[in-house]
Design a protein around this ligand. Sequence first.
Ligand code: FAD
Ligand code: NAG
Ligand code: NAG
Ligand code: NAG
Ligand code: NAG
Ligand code: NAG
Ligand code: NAG
Length: 565
Amino acid sequence: MYRIPRNSLCKRVSSSWKHARTIHTNPPVAGRTPWTLIAAGSLAIGSVVAYSTYSYTRAKTLENLPEDAFPTSSSTPLSKISPPVYATNEELSQAIKEIEKCLPIGSVKSSKVELDAHTDNGFNTHKPLPGQTPSYIVYPNSTEEVSQVMKVVHKYNVPVVPYCGGTSLEGHFFSTRQPCIVLDTSKMNKVLAVHEDDLDCVVQAGVNWVELNDQLQGAGLIMGCDCGPNAKISGMVNTNASGINATMYGAMIHNVISVTAVLADGTIVKTKQRPRKSSAGYNLTHLFIGSEGTLGIITEATVKLHVKPKYERVIVGQFPTILDSTNAVTQLFQQGIQPSAIELLDKHSMHCINYSGYTTKEWLEVPTLFFKLGGINEQVVDEYSKELERISLENNCSALVIAKDKEEGEELFSARKNIFYSLLEYGKNEIHEDVSLWVTDIAVPLSKLSPVLEDVHKLIVNSGLQYIIVGHVGDGNFHADLYYRPDEKEKCERVVNQMMELGLSNEGTSSGEHGIGNGKRHFLEMELGEDTINLMRKLKFAMDPKRLLNPDKIFKIDPEDKSNY
Ligand SMILES: Cc1cc2nc3c(=O)[nH]c(=O)nc-3n(C[C@H](O)[C@H](O)[C@H](O)COP(=O)(O)OP(=O)(O)OC[C@H]3O[C@@H](n4cnc5c(N)ncnc54)[C@H](O)[C@@H]3O)c2cc1C
Ligand SMILES: *[C@@H]1O[C@H](CO)[C@@H](O)[C@H](O)[C@H]1NC(C)=O
Ligand SMILES: *[C@@H]1O[C@H](CO)[C@@H](O)[C@H](O)[C@H]1NC(C)=O
Ligand SMILES: *[C@@H]1O[C@H](CO)[C@@H](O)[C@H](O)[C@H]1NC(C)=O
Ligand SMILES: *[C@@H]1O[C@H](CO)[C@@H](O)[C@H](O)[C@H]1NC(C)=O
Ligand SMILES: *[C@@H]1O[C@H](CO)[C@@H](O)[C@H](O)[C@H]1NC(C)=O
Ligand SMILES: CC(=O)N[C@H]1CO[C@H](CO)[C@@H](O)[C@@H]1O
């Protein structure tokens, strides 16, 4: 029987936890993060994808670069540029010697364990090719150190992959170029200042959002964005992360006031001062958000904080159809009620939750909405609850569970938080021991959500694959995650392609929150068209003409890159 180690799960309430039906606790592994635990269990999520290997020509000398990188056109088409020129192994060795001189001893690592841990996280839908591994991991611990490292790698043309929590899902940190280094900013993990009165704080790149929120708890504040439990600020900035609370507080793009970044040549820039309001020049903060490590190394960020509602209640509504549930959400919004979370889990997800027994409660296996309602006191939340109840019942709600207190609320909500683990247990035990999960991330305008979900459902059912859907429905964003056995990979890929087309033809996006990475570049082109990508390439080349920063992510930077991903 395949069981996820229970200590990998998101926080849960210990009292109710004791009564959960089936706990086969594995011995805790001290000092390990949940993600390394999962990786150690070697879950093969996703499988090998054929990338074409790039052939490198060192024909061009670096002095030729500017001409190449700056055609007089307003955008930079792939066809107008020549391949990048990167360091040889000897040049890398020389660069590493110089880096070691400017950093404290122990800042550069190259053990197999380190290299493997920075090659894949077990959660990427696609897998890196054999050999797509970095040569060194460099751990700076200040902006100044990052700058020194970048000056050296710039001199020797070493490709650099920025890395922080390592929880991204689309091959964001794959080492597509050899030799290369990974620059891991996770050791820069200090909260530098909390300005309670201004509702913001200044943090280093490696601060984990869960720990930050724990630290802010006493002050009754939180940072509005959440995502993978082990993610860090700089990763979140670089993917424009959002998550469960985005319906209330927005994505990272709405929550970052300013960043400190080190550019490809080692120049240090700060994008803004600290006011919330400013019309002072280009908003470069905005430019870095969602840039996936391709424009600069983020070392610090000033992020907005929010006052946590004084009183919160979890309500779970179970509906006969997805349409009934999304209708309920629409009507709730129309009443001017803004829950802090509205998460949809389809009947298959509810089956997995039931199956894994992570909550003491047994659920109806029907489409289910998990709500969090917040307010200044219980009376206010009572009023909202009544409305929610009325609207749910009007929309054919089959069961409404209202948490009686905070503990029960947390336990109910943990069903949503731990869904990923439930899926894995179910898939491994009931589908195939080598089953993989293809995670998708479509978002569409709110009014199109129901019809698109309906069509997605038909599409997958016709394919015969098993799947689940979870949605941040307040944002029109959903993850349809498909199970496939090793021999079903191609079939799954076809279905995913059709799903993307469906999303895009409904004015949607292929990525609501996870980003493009190396895995979704062709969808981005379908979504925005070549000229828009060419403009992105122009911006990238303006800031990083040597193409050193996270090569081959978001869009192609090399005309000889023939890969379909
Ligand atoms: C179980 C699970 C649940 C998840 N749920 C959500 C969710 O609800 N919402 C959501 O949005 N995402 C979710 N994610 C995805 C993931 O957590 C986010 O994409 C997160 O923002 C990644 O942060 P990270 O620190 O792990 O970044 P990494 O994976 O380390 O890196 C992400 C990107 O940022 C770049 N980067 C990292 N550090 C720097 C730096 N210092 N400077 C420049 N570039 C840098 C990397 O090159 C890469 O392109 C989930 C992932 C998992 C595994
Ligand atoms: C950071 O670097 C300094 C030297 O610059 C060193 O003394 C210190 O131990 C390092 N801190 C960590 C956490 O590695
Ligand atoms: C979302 O915000 C609420 C407050 O509105 C908070 O209680 C909750 O912990 C947040 N969720 C996450 C996942 O951070
Ligand atoms: C600049 O952009 C960031 C990120 O989108 C945003 O949070 C911030 O409010 C913007 N600043 C101004 C002054 O517009
Ligand atoms: C970030 O995410 C928000 C919400 O999903 C979206 O409105 C915004 O356009 C995104 N910005 C970038 C730069 O990706
Ligand atoms: C569900 O609710 C809608 C809206 O109130 C109503 O029109 C419809 O008849 C209901 N469906 C069923 C099966 O009861
Ligand atoms: C309603 C429903 O299908 N409940 C199921 C939840 O899971 C348990 C354990 O697998 C089943 O016994 C229930 O029938």
